[in-house]
Design a protein around this ligand. Structure first.
Ligand SMILES: C[S@@+](CC[C@H](N)C(=O)[O-])C[C@H]1O[C@@H](n2cnc3c(N)ncnc32)[C@H](O)[C@@H]1O
Ligand code: SF4
Length: 396
């Protein structure tokens, strides 16, 4: 078993700037861990390591497991109304001006970020401010924009690809796989033509009961795409009783009604043979596919079965997200939890970000979390964001 940090030497060899930026984010997040009790009266901006930008809630795909547009997606009935709330470029730029001095890693996601009409000027602005600008995309629109992506020096693109062609398309929609591959090829051509190292290219794979037996096929196919990274995300899952416990807790402690956790009660964890998946991932991590492989959450491989079959058993403790990360939504609302935008800290159209991040609602959330058993709310047992980074945890 390796520690999660063991991927760093390979990253350094592959791409020094990426490794440096990741190390800096780790450092800030580690620093946030050292001061777990800070809530009121502390300038939390100092430890801001990772900022999620969600410039649009719109999407062109309907991936089955997605918390927004999947079987139980929260956006399914309200996307048209919600999309009218999209912020103008100028508001985003003001927000960028405020966070840029703290040099957080930027992670643009959505919805599908390529559907935000001002995505290119926004990313260009952030790159010019010296930020490491990465995007998470379904990759279906990369091909036609490849020239500009490289020209504008985006730092990284993490493309969602869940399996080899047929299995991937059964989860993400017909034709999705081939569009992504056409996008990778176009980007690699452009990088060569423009003699550019950026963007670094990665795949993010969500593990479900539909694709776990096909992960090796995808890993094999990925040899051809000149990647810098492949992330296996074990997926976010919950069940009825966890949702009920979280609803009660959030109402009682933070006077908040929650809707978003239920969207991950999909059942796509059920039937996964934990031992089989353990062996598959162990096998993948042993092979050199030409780029580093990371499995997140960083968890002890022996807990793989527990992860899927016993959703109520914690596999990690203490969430540190509110001490080092933040998500800003398409309407300007600020949240700590990117996937569960129920508790709103404030809105960047009404207050400065600093006031919001150090404000009463943010600190009340931090204080409540600090007082929880194990430093976790009852609904957060399989939250991806909490488990992105781990200290001294052995993983795959
Ligand atoms: C919601 S998507 C938004 C960005 C873009 N539309 C995409 O698909 O990459 C963000 C990431 O969440 C992943 N995702 C979707 N459903 C998930 C789930 N149930 N658990 C964990 N990750 C999930 C997606 O595959 C993607 O990598
Ligand atoms: S492309 Fe992304 S946001 Fe759209 S449905 Fe799929 S996972 Fe969800």
């Amino acid at each position: 078993m390796k520690k999660n940090i063991s991927v760093v030497p390979m990253l350094v060899k592959k791409n020094l700037r990426l490794a440096g930026r990741m190390a800096y984010a780790f450092y800030k997040i580690g620093r946030a861990r050292l001061f777990p009790k800070h809530d009121f009266g502390f300038n939390h901006m100092k430890n801001l390591g990772l900022v999620y930008f969600k410039p649009t809630g719109a999407c062109n795909l309907r991936c089955v497991m997605c918390g927004q547009y999947g079987d139980k997606g929260v956006m399914n009935d309200c996307a048209a109304e919600e999309n009218k709330k999209t912020l103008p470029l100028e508001t985003w730029k003001k927000f960028v001006d405020e966070i840029a001095p703290h040099k957080p890693v930027i992670y643009v996601w959505g919805g599908e970020p390529f559907l935000y009409k001002d995505l290119f000027p926004l990313c260009k602005y952030m790159v010019e401010k010296g930020l490491f600008v990465s995007l998470n995309t379904n990759g279906t629109m990369m091909e036609k924009h490849a020239e500009q992506i490289v020209r504008d020096k985006w730092s990284g693109i993490f493309v969602s690809l869940d399996a080899f062609r047929d299995v991937n398309d059964a989860m993400r929609g017909k034709g999705a796989y081939d569009k992504v591959i056409a996008g990778f090829r176009a980007l690699n051509r452009e990088k060569e033509k423009q003699k550019a190292k950026y963007p670094i290219l990665g795949i993010v794979t969500v593990v479900t009961n539909k694709n776990y037996m096909d992960l090796v096929n995808l890993a094999e196919a990925s040899r051809e795409y000149s990647l810098d990274l492949h992330i296996f995300n074990l997926g976010t899952y919950t069940n009825d009783s966890i949702v009920a416990a979280q609803k009660r807790f959030m109402k009682e402690k933070l006077d908040t009604d929650i809707d978003c956790l239920e969207a991950y009660n999909t059942g796509y964890n059920s039937g996964i043979d934990g031992q089989k998946l353990h062996d598959i991932l162990m096998g993948i991590h042993k092979v050199n596919y030409g780029h580093p492989m990371i499995t997140v959450p960083v968890l002890n491989p022996d807990k793989t079965h527990t992860y899927y079959a016993e959703l109520e058993t914690p596999v990690r403790n203490r969430c540190i997200v509110p001490w080092c990360q933040v998500n800003v939504n398409y309407n300007g609302d600020v949240h700590f939890c990117a996937d569960y935008p129920d508790y709103i800290l404030g809105n960047i159209t009404q207050q400065s970000f600093r006031e919001i991040y150090n404000g009463e609602r943010a600190n009340q959330f931090r204080k409540t979390l600090n007082e929880c058993d194990g430093g976790l709310f009852p609904g957060c047992l399989r939250c991806y964001q909490n488990m992105l980074f781990g200290k001294k945890i052995k993983g795959y």
